[in-house]
Each structure stands twice: as structure tokens, then as C-alpha cells.
Design a protein around this ligand. Structure first.
Ligand SMILES: Cc1cc2nc3c(=O)[nH]c(=O)nc-3n(C[C@H](O)[C@H](O)[C@H](O)COP(=O)(O)OP(=O)(O)OC[C@H]3O[C@@H](n4cnc5c(N)ncnc54)[C@H](O)[C@@H]3O)c2cc1C
Length: 559
């Protein structure tokens, strides 16, 4: 199982000729410290570097072991194998694009506060994009201190136009308060902003620079990026080149029916650009601008819905800034406790149930199919994210952060703001609107899935053991099965499948939908053919190393 066997893919190589100190430029280098803006086009951070640098610009990425080799507070790898591979692809692409323009991208597997001071001299400036979450800001503080000791400065460039669609300036223009006053209800952000979006998104877009000033003076060895063992499963390729290609293909294909398809389970139903947005291979403003001006400027429900979803991404970034570390606490931000939303005592820990949820062996086919897809490909669509979250939270009543943590480990498009923000919403520990509140505890997301024509194919595709199970048993295989042990039960075709880990309420729900399917022909299950792409089993990725964040910075500190 590829995910269970981490491979060492980063190999040190000797420094290239010309990298040594004796070729250092007399001018203090300007360093662009890239984190989540791994692109050359539409990159105001890079533009700022070009503006400041007098012939000596160094581009650097630090693969911080506290992130790339660490386990989380819940014991998952902080970055799973599939996301590591995505990042490698991003860096290979960026390195090639930078080299074509006469410079180089330095990649180091060390903490930035070790790397950056070694690149600067007195009077140097290091540029970085502003971030709002605790771990990122803690690293920034350490870097600033280390740089100051060398007479260099850290300049934090606003995120609007780099990683975010909008910042305080654009919010003010739309009459939306920012910072601590940022609205907690999405519509109060989106509706006033929408009329200004096209104009905002046209700002600051630029082609990739034709040339980049050479980087001299760096005394650090470069590290070769090498993709060794391919990790199968995902069709998401990292890098600016792949991101821009995917954007073009998407805008000319699936995008045209997005509102009808975005909550599907199979097929080309959504952009799959989340990972490129998360690592900044493409600019969110570019994507929204291209979406809005696509099809000769003809806006449609599909364009509108896509832009609406893109704004959710920004909404979570601004609310993360508002909630601070409260977003990572089990009861949510303190101000929500005052609303009586949730308390620590209402959540359980059950390692056995957590393991079965993670590996996709809960015995509930819809949930298991989605979890196996997630483990094998690093991706599931929005609908599947919603119902597996609802299952962990509502049915198992497990601490919602176990789920957020597992998504952090497994999603290729993991984004701290959207992930933790969405999980907190699903758990009801941040204020939500009435509609979302009513959904919590309901079967809305299972209903949406069961109405999808592809739902049976989806389950059979990811659960080969149910391949030949009769249609009327597919969503509730326990109904006609024979118990053969504590964990396994035999299905009517003789293969084994987990006994259900499920509340009576949900058990009855799946029995009734299976019954409805028997009686009314809904949801019209069809049998999928075993094809080449057929997945086998799931399997949880293993932690790659035991490094942890210093507890003082931990997102779970004090929770
Ligand atoms: C429990 C849970 C966890 C999630 N974790 C993440 C995460 O870690 N990273 C992430 O990018 N999204 C997350 N989402 C939101 C959403 O499900 C994904 O953005 C989307 O499914 C990614 O697929 P796509 O790129 O094809 O999106 P598309 O549907 O094509 O949308 C385009 C882009 O808009 C943004 N977007 C779309 N829907 C949402 C949304 N509901 N919230 C925030 N942004 C959105 C994403 O950047 C996405 O790539 C989560 C949702 C849930 C319910």
C-alpha cells in the first residue's frame, strides 16, 4: 500500500558551481520567502521583490521539518504522502520556470529561522506574505528575531491579491468590516462584496517576469528535488504549469454545468483546483477574473455559483483571523461558548471507532467509500466531506478535531482556514446561519448523496467487497447478512465486510432508503464493472516521523 510506506524522496546534492560565498554580490540580497504562493504569474510578492532588489534576488522555500516531518497532536502525519508529492511537483515546476529566467529557486529542508539568516547580509530585506494562523505567525516571529540579529528586516506583505481575494482595503470599499468585526455570517460578507469583485480581481494581475535577477551570495547547499516512487491514486498534478492548464480545461468544460454538478460523487464535477489555490500555484484573483469574464462576459448561474464558492474560501481566511487560536479549540472560539453552542464534555474519544472511520471500515458503505477515496487519492468532493464529517460528529459524537486533523493529514488541497473553519461549522462550535444549524443532526447530506444517480457505482467502485452485493443490500448490507465475528459480517455473496458502527437512527435511515430503492427503483443502483482503475482496500498513512511543534505554539494548546 503506497501510503503506508513513506519513501525518502529528498536527496542532498553538492552545491552547484557559483553558489559559494566568494561569488557573493556586494549589494545586500533581497530574499523572497515563498510559502503558499508557488508561482511566477500574478504574484505581487515576487513583484515587490523585483521592485526592491538591486540585481540580487533570492527565491527560497523552506520545507520546515516541524510541518513536513511532524505528527499532529492527534498522531496523524501533519503532511501526508500525497500532499508531499504535490508539493514536490510544485517545487520542481517552479524551479524549472525560475531557471529558465536566469535565476534559481533554493529549497531547504530546515526551519526558516535557520535558513533565512544564512542568506542575508546587513541591510537585507526578506519578504513574506502575511498569514493569520498561530503556527505560521509563530514562525514569522522567530524569523524576524533571527534576521534582526543580522541587521536584516522581515517585510510582511498583505495577503490580498496573493493568497486572498480581498483584504481590509477592499472590504472597506464594500462596506464590510474587517479584523475582529468581520461578519460571522457568510452572506454579510458576500452580498456587499459581490458587485466589486470583477474590478478587484482585475487588479495586480501580471505575466511571469521574462527575466529574474541572478541570485548570488547564498552560502547554502541547494537540495535536489527528485520524484522517485510514484504515489498512485491522485490525478491532481502540482505546479503552476499544471494549475494553469487545469484552469483552462475546467473553464471550457465542467465549469459550464458547475451548479448542477458540484455536489456529485464521481466524474469531472468540480474544478479540483483547491490544492493549486492552497499552495498558490494559481492566483485566486486570476481564477475568479477568468471565471467572471468567461464566455464573452455572459454571467450564468454556474459562473455565479463558482464565484460564490470561491468566496467561501476567503470567508474562512478572514474568520480564521477573527477567531485566532479559538478555531482549534474543541468548544470553538470563546465567544461561541457564550452562545451555548458546545462544550468539551459533549465530545467523545474512541480510538477504535476513530480508526474505523479513518480507514473506511465503519460498515456504512457510503461513508466507507468516501473515506477510502480520500485515503487513496487525497481528495473527496464537497458533498462527501460534508457527510463523512456529519457521520463522525453526529453519529459517532467523536471530538470534531479528530476529523479536522485527519483531513489535514490526507487532503492534498488542505487549507488550514477552510478545513478547520468547515469542521467547526459542521460541529456547530462557530456561529452559523439558521439553515446550517437546522442541517446539523439531520440527514441532508446523505439525502443529497442518495439522490445522485452515480451513488451505487461510487460505493461499488471504492468497496470491492460489495461489488456483487444485491442492490437492495448495498447501502445497508447488515440487513440480510450473517454475523461471523465481532468486526466482520458476511454479505450474501460470501465476501466479508465490517459490521456497522452506527446509531439506530442512521441504521433505520439507510434501511429505509435501501427499501425505497427496492420498492420505487430509487436511487436506481447500477452495477459497476471492475475496471483497471478499481481500487483495492484503504489503509491509513503512517506517521512519517515523531517531530512535534513546540507545545507553546500548538494549535491545541489550552484547548
Ligand atoms: C469538512 C470539510 C473540510 C474541508 N476542507 C477543505 C480544505 O482543507 N481545503 C479546501 O480548499 N477546501 C475545503 N473544504 C471545502 C470544499 O469542500 C473544497 O474546497 C472543495 O470540495 C474542493 O474541490 P474543488 O477544488 O474541485 O472545488 P470547486 O467546487 O471547484 O471550488 C473551487 C474552489 O473554491 C473554494 N471552495 C469551494 N467550496 C468551498 C467551501 N465550501 N469552503 C471553502 N472553499 C471552497 C476552493 O478553493 C475550491 O478549490 C472542506 C469542506 C468540508 C465540508
Amino acid at each position: 500500500v503506497p501510503m503506508a510506506s513513506p519513501v525518502r524522496r529528498w536527496r542532498r546534492v553538492p552545491a552547484a558551481a557559483g553558489d559559494s560565498a566568494d561569488t557573493a554580490s556586494a549589494t545586500a540580497p533581497v530574499v523572497v520567502w515563498l510559502r503558499n504562493e508557488l508561482r511566477l504569474c500574478d504574484n505581487p510578492l515576487l513583484q515587490r521583490g523585483l521592485q526592491l532588489a538591486k540585481g540580487n534576488l533570492q527565491l527560497v522555500v523552506c520545507l520546515d521539518p516541524r510541518e513536513f516531518q511532524a505528527t499532529t497532536a492527534f498522531g496523524s502525519p501533519k503532511v501526508g504522502e500525497l500532499r508531499k508529492r504535490f508539493v514536490e511537483e510544485c517545487l520542481c515546476d517552479l524551479r524549472r520556470r525560475v531557471a529558465e529566467r536566469g535565476s534559481r529557486l533554493l529549497v531547504q529542508q530546515k526551519a526558516p529561522e535557520e535558513v533565512l539568516p544564512a542568506l542575508v547580509s546587513e541591510g537585507s530585506t526578506v519578504l513574506v506574505t502575511a498569514q493569520v494562523c498561530s503556527e505560521e505567525r509563530a514562525v514569522e516571529r522567530r524569523v524576524r528575531k533571527a534576521l534582526e540579529a543580522k541587521g536584516a528586516a522581515l517585510e510582511v506583505v498583505p495577503a490580498a491579491g496573493i493568497t486572498d481575494l480581498v483584504g481590509p482595503e477592499e472590504l472597506q470599499r464594500a462596506g464590510v468590516p474587517s479584523g475582529e468585526e468581520f461578519p460571522v455570517i457568510f452572506q454579510r460578507f458576500f452580498l456587499p462584496l459581490r458587485p466589486f469583485l470583477l474590478e478587484i480581481c482585475q487588479k495586480g494581475l501580471s505575466d511571469a517576469p521574462v527575466n529574474l535577477p541572478s541570485a548570488s551570495g547564498a552560502e547554502l547547499e541547494d537540495e535536489e528535488l527528485r520524484l522517485t516512487d510514484a504515489v498512485p491514486g491522485t490525478d491532481i498534478r502540482g505546479g503552476e504549469t499544471a494549475g494553469l492548464e487545469r484552469m483552462t480545461v475546467w473553464l471550457n468544460s465542467g465549469f459550464r454545468s458547475y451548479k448542477d454538478t458540484f455536489r456529485s460523487l464521481q466524474g469531472d464535477y468540480s474544478s479540483r483546483l483547491g490544492a493549486h489555490l492552497a499552495y498558490g500555484c494559481i492566483s485566486p484573483r486570476r481564477l475568479v477574473k477568468e471565471a467572471l469574464s468567461h464566455g464573452s462576459g455572459q454571467s450564468s448561474v454556474h459562473v455565479e455559483h463558482f464565484v460564490y464558492e470561491m468566496c467561501w474560501r476567503d470567508f474562512f481566511r478572514h474568520t480564521a483571523a477573527r477567531w485566532g487560536t479559538g478555531l482549534f479549540h474543541v468548544a470553538g472560539p470563546a465567544e461561541c461558548g457564550a452562545h451555548g453552542m458546545s462544550s468539551e464534555s459533549s465530545w467523545k474519544r474512541d480510538l477504535g471507532a476513530e480508526r474505523r472511520w479513518k480507514e473506511g471500515s465503519t460498515g456504512v458503505p457510503l461513508v466507507d467509500a468516501a473515506m477510502r477515496e480520500l485515503n487513496e487519492t487525497g481528495y473527496i468532493g464537497n458533498l462527501a466531506r460534508q457527510f463523512v464529517a456529519a457521520f463522525l460528529i453526529e453519529d459517532l459524537q467523536i471530538d470534531w478535531r479528530v476529523g479536522a486533523d485527519w483531513f489535514e493529514a490526507t487532503l492534498v488541497d488542505y487549507d488550514v482556514h477552510s478545513n478547520w473553519g468547515q469542521w467547526a461549522r459542521s460541529a456547530g462550535v462557530v456561529p452559523t446561519n439558521e439553515a446550517k444549524r437546522n442541517r446539523v443532526g439531520g440527514t441532508r447530506y446523505y439525502d443529497l448523496a442518495m439522490q445522485r444517480p452515480e451513488v451505487s457505482d461510487y460505493v461499488r467502485n471504492w468497496l470491492p467487497e460489495l461489488q456483487d452485493v444485491a442492490d437492495e443490500e448495498l447501502f445497508s448490507p447488515w440487513t440480510n447478512s450473517w454475523p461471523i465475528g465481532k468486526v466482520l459480517s458476511a454479505t450474501s455473496n460470501g465476501s466479508s465486510y465490517s459490521k456497522p458502527l452506527i446509531s439506530m437512527r442512521l441504521k433505520q435511515y439507510f434501511e429505509s432508503v435501501s427499501g425505497a430503492s427496492r420498492l420505487c427503483g430509487l436511487p436506481s443502483p447500477r452495477r459497476a464493472k471492475k475496471g483497471k482503475g478499481q481500487r483495492k482496500g484503504g489503509g491509513a498513512p503512517r506517521a512519517t516521523a515523531a517531530l512535534r511543534w513546540a507545545t507553546s505554539d500548538s494549535r491545541f494548546h489550552g484547548s
